[in-house]
Structures are given as C-alpha cells and as structure tokens.
Design a protein around this ligand. Structure first.
Ligand code: AP5
Ligand code: MG
Ligand code: ZN
Length: 217
C-alpha cells in the first residue's frame, strides 16, 4: 500500500503503526534520504540541499533509491510506502518495480487534513534519532522530554523543520504530488481517511480499510 497526504498529515505516524501490525516493512523515502544524509553517502550529499529547502529530490535519484529498497527480501510479503510516490513519474516507476518483483498495489489511503492542521503538526514535531519514532510537543509528547519512549534515544528536529520549509513543502505538494490523488482515484485504489481525528482513530480507520482491501493482510 501507499499512504498519501500533505506534509504533516501523519503519514509516518500511521505507516509505522500499520506496518508493525501487519508485520511488513515501513518504507519511507524521507527516512531513507535522512539516513543517507546522516551517513554522508554520495546520495545523501546529492539530496541534502533539496531536503533542507523542502524541494523534491530529482526523480532519477529518488526512484533508484526506493526501487532498491523494495527489491530487498523483507519486502517480498508486502510493505507500507510513505512519501513515495510523490510525482506521476514516480508512480509509473512504482508500477514497473511492482511488475518486476511480482507485487500488487492493493490500496492507496489519502490521510486528509487541512493546511492549518498540517502546519500546526509540523511545528511541534520531534523525531527519535535512533528508531525514527515521531512525537509532538502538544499532541503526543514523550513521557520524558527529549527522550524516546520506545528506545530511550535522543529526540531531534529534522533539518526541514523551519516555517519557510514547511510552507514551501505544502506548495510543492499542491503542485507536484496532488495530481496523484486523481491518478490513484482513476485506478480505483484511492480511499480517503479523516486525518484530523486522534492518532488511534485514524489508525483504526486505516486498519479497517486494509482489512477490506487485502483480506486482513
Ligand atoms: P518526508 O520525510 O516524506 O516528509 P513529508 O511528506 O513532508 O511528511 P512529513 O514526514 O513531514 O509528515 P508526515 O505526514 O509523515 O507526518 P508525521 O507522522 O511526522 O520528506 C522529506 C523530504 O525528503 C521532502 O521534502 C523531499 O525533499 C524529500 N523526499 C522524500 N520523499 C521524496 C520523493 N518521493 N521524491 C522526492 N523527494 C522526496 O506527523 C507530523 C506531526 O504530527 C508529528 O509530530 C506527530 O506526532 C503529529 N501527529 C500525527 N498524527 C496526529 C494526529 N492524528 N493528531 C495529532 N497529532 C498528530
Ligand atoms: Mg513522515
Ligand atoms: Zn527511539
């Protein structure tokens, strides 16, 4: 499955829980870029300026990175994709990758929130440096400030957590990613979920959708 939604809609929060419940990997293109940037790989060096500004990394770079991740053995029984595809060219590339690895896209939930809600969520986000768990100052604070509930790792704010980058990412979404909503609606795969509910209620809606679309997988 592919999760769509504005920056800050809660894709990562939901994808992580869903993937754990289904026993499949959570594949997030943004997380992959941040790992490359932390490790200072060549790909990380290519991506950094785009990520920090909130622009999309060019399709050639992104598609190769995600295709490689989806070709690994742990994705053979399925995966939850978060943040990819983000352009029509990426959606077409995903189709080719799935053909090659014998996969089928079952469902594309769109986690729908207003821009105001997205911006408020981005403004207070903290991420675990070690396990990637996501928190929010107001909406889902960790038990101890600055410390991850899951693994005890330190929390940090991402390099694209500035008000300018937040606004720019919403604009980029409207221009480059929003067309995918129609693309997947026409393919009969899009299902809308109200992302302004609590984290638990959004998750419950997503589980019900997966149950229907994939027979409990
Ligand atoms: P990426 O990491 O994918 O960022 P994004 O799409 O902008 O989305 P976010 O991760 O910011 O938000 P989210 O929807 O995951 O929300 P979250 O769960 O964290 O991409 C970053 C960059 O990488 C891009 O700008 C680009 O440069 C590059 N990139 C990545 N993929 C690419 C691609 N395919 N092509 C080209 N470039 C690419 O939640 C947000 C906050 O809200 C958290 O604090 C959370 O605790 C809180 N929250 C979540 N749900 C709720 C709720 N229901 N109620 C209250 N609070 C909530
Ligand atoms: Mg995310
Ligand atoms: Zn952690």
């Amino acid at each position: 499955m592919v999760l769509l939604g504005l920056p800050g809609a809660g894709k990562g929060t939901q994808a992580e829980r869903l993937a754990r419940a289904l026993g499949v990997p959570h594949v997030a293109s943004g997380d992959l870029f941040r790992e490359h940037m932390d490790r200072e790989t060549e790909l990380g060096r290519q991506a950094r300026a785009y990520v920090e500004r909130g622009d999309l990394v060019p399709d050639e770079v992104t598609i190769g990175m995600v295709a490689e991740r989806l070709s690994r053995a742990d994705c053979a029984d399925g995966f939850v994709l978060d943040g990819f595809p983000r352009t029509v060219a990426q959606a077409e590339a995903l189709r080719r990758v799935l053909d090659r690895i014998g996969g089928v896209l079952h469902i594309v939930p769109l986690v729908r929130v207003s821009e105001e809600v997205a911006l408020a969520r981005l403004a207070g986000r903290w991420t675990c440096r070690d396990c990637g768990a996501v928190y929010h100052d107001l909406f889902s604070p960790p038990r101890e400030a600055g410390v991850c509930d899951v693994c005890g790792g330190g929390l940090y704010q991402r390099p694209d957590e500035t008000p300018e980058a937040h606004r720019h990412r919403l604009q980029v979404y409207k221009e480059q990613t929003a067309p995918l909503v129609e693309y997947y609606r026409r393919a009969g795969l899009l299902v809308e979920v109200d992302g302004e509910q609590s984290i638990e209620d959004v998750q419950a809606d997503l589980r019900a959708i997966v149950e229907t679309a994939c027979g409990g997988r």
